[in-house]
Design a protein around this ligand. Structure first.
Ligand SMILES: [Zn+2]
Length: 105
């Protein structure tokens, strides 16, 4: 019995020849060295950071700094993902490749 790949978003069977998308997500922490709430008191800032780290598990900490995920999605889930990315960016036209094109000029 041949088993189909399933969509990682909705568990739908991805039939042979149907539209499916491989998605790779990588999130890395962007730390600029600035701690907004404690700029006047470096000791307090360090304590706060250490407290915060102490409350997180190693796995949580790792995911907070670097999260990588790969999945296969059906078209509907892929469209939902793109929609939510568009929402995050709060722009009318979301064109991931526009930067690359600009560099060609
Ligand atoms: Zn799906």
């Amino acid at each position: 019995m041949f088993s189909f790949k399933k969509c990682d978003g909705c568990e739908k069977d991805l039939q042979m020849g149907s539209a499916k998308y491989n998605v790779r997500v990588e999130i890395t922490s962007d730390f600029d060295g600035f701690l907004p709430d404690y700029e006047d008191d470096e000791d307090a800032a360090m304590c706060s950071v250490l407290d915060h780290l102490g409350q997180m598990s190693a796995e949580e900490l790792e995911q907070d700094v670097h999260l990588e995920a790969e999945m296969t999605l059906c078209k509907a889930c892929r469209d939902r993902l793109v929609d939510s990315i568009e929402g995050l960016r709060d722009e009318d036209d979301f064109e991931p490749k526009s930067k690359c094109r600009a560099n060609l000029h």
